[in-house]
Design a protein around this ligand. Structure first.
Ligand SMILES: Nc1nc2c(ncn2[C@@H]2O[C@H](COP(=O)(O)OP(=O)(O)OP(=O)(O)O)[C@@H](O)[C@H]2O)c(=O)[nH]1
Ligand SMILES: [Mg+2]
Length: 251
């Protein structure tokens, strides 16, 4: 539940705390008044900014990128989407490990955490880097698999539905193809994997129509990188069909 919000107009975010000094104090007061347990920033914070705001307020801080990654993690259904989300989460986590360990140390009292000759932090970094390499390798295989699939579809006209998340892309694919297995739901990022179905446009015109991941304003670079495989579908299309939610106030 959102118990309060705070905005600030500044030319440049404060490099140490994102918000200015006075605003941080204001944030502290707001937390006291509302009893908030989590602070969410609608922007990306550097690892240092996140840590400093946590230190100043004593509350857990989440930035826009982390929040979106969390949503993605709950939505990922296929093996590929799961790998992409895990990769993005690990890349996000890596420069923030020290901060996460500080949390855990506070929590567990910091006893018995260090192995001989190597700190737990270094072990974690090594394990995460190893896992990142593994995921990248596997995703590379998936990309090549897609390439083969695409080669097989050569000769048929291909169109991709593109647009903001929750605009109605999947609904259109479902409506046009009649495929009941196309997932439609009133939520952000219902679709995380591209899905292609053949559509008969009549008079012997057939097209392969692909549903894609929805766009979002201010997309985090963590996600851009991890959804490259998905976006390649769009790059290969003969036609891009933008889908716009006409009822949206900003459309
Ligand atoms: N009223 C109305 N609702 C629609 C229409 N098209 C889609 N919806 C609803 O809008 C919501 C989102 O539709 P989706 O087709 O899942 O949207 P999407 O663009 O695939 O969204 P993501 O997969 O999250 O990117 C669903 O609840 C749909 O039932 C429409 O033409 N009219
Ligand atoms: Mg969809």
């Amino acid at each position: 539940m959102v118990v309060g919000s705070i905005t600030q107009q500044i030319d440049r975010p404060n490099p140490a705390t994102y918000l200015g000094k006075g605003k941080i104090e204001e944030l502290g007061t707001l937390i006291e008044e509302t009893g908030a347990s989590l602070i969410i920033f609608d922007d990306e914070l550097t690892p240092a900014q996140g840590k400093n705001v946590e230190d100043a307020t004593g509350k857990r801080v989440m930035d826009r990128a982390e929040l979106i990654l969390d949503i993605f993690a709950t939505r990922a259904r296929t093996a590929e989407a799961k790998m992409q989300v895990e990769l993005a989460q690990l890349e996000y986590m890596l420069p923030r490990l020290t901060r996460m360990w500080t949390h855990l140390e506070k929590f567990r009292g910091g006893i018995g955490m260090r192995g001989p000759g190597e700190t737990q932090l270094e072990t974690d970094r090594r394990l995460i880097n190893h896992r990142i390499r593994l995921l990248k390798d596997r995703l590379g295989d998936v990309t090549r698999g897609r390439e083969v699939q695409r080669q097989g579809r050569k000769g048929i006209f291909r169109a991709s539905l593109v647009g903001y998340t929750n605009a109605g892309k999947s609904s259109i694919l479902r409506g046009l193809s009649g495929a009941r297995d196309v997932f439609v739901e009133d939520r952000l990022f219902a679709t995380l994997d591209p899905l292609t179905r053949e559509v008969d446009l009549g008079e012997n015109n057939r097209v392969l129509l692909t549903d894609t991941v929805g766009f979002i304003r201010k997309l985090s670079h963590f996600l851009v990188a991890s959804f490259r495989a998905t976006l390649s579908e769009v790059r290969e299309a003969d036609l891009l069909a933008p889908v716009i939610d006409a009822s949206h106030p900003q459309s």
